[in-house]
Ligand binder design. Sequence first.
Ligand code: NAD
Ligand code: DAU
Length: 352
Amino acid sequence: MKTYLVTGGAGFIGSNYVLYLLERYPQVKVINVDVLTYAGNLENLKSIEGDPRHFFVQADICDRAAVQKLFQDHDVDYLVNFAAESHVDRSILDPQVFVQTNVSGTLNLLQCAKEAWQIGEDEYKPGVKFLQVSTDEVYGSLGAEGFFTEQTPLDPHSPYSASKASADLLTKAFYDTYRLPINITRCSNNYGPFQFPEKLIPLMLNNALQHRELPVYGDGLQIRDWLYVEDHCQAVELVLRDGAVGEVYNIGGHNERTNLEIVGQIIAYLRQEADSAVGEHLIRHVIDRKGHDRRYGIDPTKISEALGWSPQTAFEQGIRKTIKWYLDNHDWVEHVTSGSYRDYYQRLYEGR
Ligand code: NAD
Ligand code: DAU
C-alpha cells in the first residue's frame, strides 16, 4: 500500500494522474493537494467522489505549516509535484505568481519532504521519492534539426519556463546537496480530457464549436511535440517506481505537428462528426506570442531504453478521443467557460 501526495491534482494532468492511480491500484492512498486556482477544477474528479482511497485537501504548496501537517498526518511514500502556474501567455502578462508557486512552492515542498523523510545524515526512509513534473520548455527552442536530450543545456525563454527551470535546479540541488531521492521528468505538450480551454487544442475546439475565430499566433508554423495525457501519466508512474534516483527523464512521443496542422485536424474532425459549418474560414492569424519558441521535439531514448516506456496512443487516435470527450462532456465545458465550476468546491464541501 503506497501513499501518494499529489499536488495540483485538480488540474489537467494532475487529475488525469489521480484517476490513473486509483483505476490501476486497488491498494493506494492519494492525498490530493490543490489550492484551486482558476485552473483547478474538482469536477475533474467527480467520478471518484466518495472513494475512500482519495483525500482532497485545499492548500497552497507555498504554505509551510499546511504541507508539514500533511506529512505529519500521512505516511507519505511519494510526492508528485504537478502544482504550477502552467500557461505561458499568462506568465508573459504577470510573471510574479509563476515565481511564487513554481519556484517558492517547489522549494517549500522539497524542504518539507526532506524534513519528513530524513532518518540520518544523507539518509531517508526506504522507498520514498520526490518527483518534480517539469517541461521540455526549460530547454528553449530548437531549429529545424535535432531533439532535446537530458543533456541539452537549460535555456528557458518565457517567465513560465524560467520558473520551471529554477524549480528543476532546486530539485537537483536537493539531490546533490542532501541526497534527497528525486527524479525530474520533462514532458512535451499534453492533450486529452479535462484540459482548460486556454490551451491550444481545447481553445480551438471550443471556439470552432461556437463559430468563433480561431486565433493562430503569427504564421502558425511553430512546432510542438504532442503526447496523450494518459501516456504521460504512465511515464511519470514508471519513473516514480523504477527511475534511478537523481536522474532526469525526458518524455515525448516523436509526434511533432505545426499549430496550423493541429487546427486543421480539429476543423476536419468537427466538420465530419459534428458541424459542417466549421471551416478554415474561421482561422485568423493574430499577433505572435512574445518570445515565441519555434520548435520543441523530445528525444525519449533514455526512458524508452531504461524503463521500457513508449507512448501507447497514436496522435490520430488520441485527438479523436479527445475531441469526442469534449463533445460528450458539454456540461464540463459549459461550467468551465461560464465560470460556474468555481462554485463546485463550496457545493461539495461546504454544503452551500
Ligand atoms: P494546470 O494549470 O491545468 O493545473 C495546475 C494545478 O495546480 C491546478 O489545479 C491549480 O489549482 C494547482 N495549483 C496552482 N498553484 C498552486 C499552489 N500554489 N498550490 C497548490 N496548487 C496549485 O496545469 P497542467 O497542464 O495540468 O500541468 C501540470 C504540471 O505539468 C505543471 O507543473 C506543468 O508545468 C507541467 N507540464 C504541463 C504540460 C502540458 O502540456 N500541460 C507539459 C509538460 C509539463
Ligand atoms: O511543452 C510543454 C508545455 O506545453 C507545458 O510546459 C505548458 O504548461 C503548456 O501550457 C504547453 O505550453 P505551450 O505554450 O506550448 O502550449 P499552448 O497550448 O499555450 O500553445 C501551444 C502552441 O499554440 C504555441 O505555439 C502557441 C500556439 N497558440 C496557442 C494559443 C492558446 C496559438 O497559436 N493560439 C492560441 O490561442
